[in-house]
Design a protein around this ligand. Sequence first.
Ligand code: AMP
Length: 290
Amino acid sequence: MGAACGPEMIVDPDAVRAAVLAARDQGRRVGFVPTMGALHAGHVSLVDRAAAECDDVVVSIFVNPTQFAPQEDFTRYPRTPDADRTALAGCRVRWLFAPRADDIYPPGWCTRISMDGPASRFEGEHRPGHFSGVATVVCRLFMAVPADRAYFGAKDWQQTLVVRRMIRDLGVPIGIVVCPTVREPDGLAMSSRNVYLAPADRRRATALWEALGIAARSWDAGHVPGAIERSMRGHLESRGIAVDYAAIVDAESLGPVEPAAPAVALVAGRVGGTRLIDNLQLPARSMRNE
Ligand code: AMP
């Protein structure tokens, strides 16, 4: 299964569901990695983790229209099915689930999950409707792929909080595993959207990682969140990045930093025409300097 001949391709949600349930009936642990394709080493790290922890791995590739606003990049989002199959050929993946839009959103579809809480701020503010689309498609994918565990990247930290909240609220019986962000040698977080970057923008894009480094050092030095946010924003703007947000918040609630609790630095901005996001976990610290 997997490496020698590549994964079995399945389009039909009912077929993948039957395959996953049959495997679980045999006592096999099934791991699920949902993606939008244009696979890179970040995706592969999720697949490898799932393969290390599970008997069978399902990867889904579906560019989900409902998480893109009308003016966003849905139509030009990179679609590389052949390269994706090659990327997965070396991984231990049993099923590649690649549904069509009609399989996920049947004709007459009119049901959406709406969320507040972790979906309200940051990406939720700058991409209205985005997390409603994410929660809806992830829930739909979890119905089709009733795995033991699903693997998500810390790269999209707010998304992991949204998914965890959604499965708690709806009682979806699946475990969520969050895997570390995989980066280019210069620190830029790997992203399917990095292919949009012209060479000069690609060089400037490292400012996001630099801003997160500034945040980590200032956090360790005991600086208050507001001052760290100003430093991050100043650095990004000095590199010509149009900043959507540069924030230090509680890592779980995304509200104000709590004493002795882990925080997270979140950044988002446009580099040329490309919008990028990144984040870095900040360990709990005493608040005596604040
Ligand atoms: P996407 O195809 O962009 O929807 O991403 C699919 C999954 O891969 C999500 O859980 C992402 O958080 C995760 N992911 C994307 N980029 C990275 C990265 N650089 N490192 C780790 N995980 C990633």
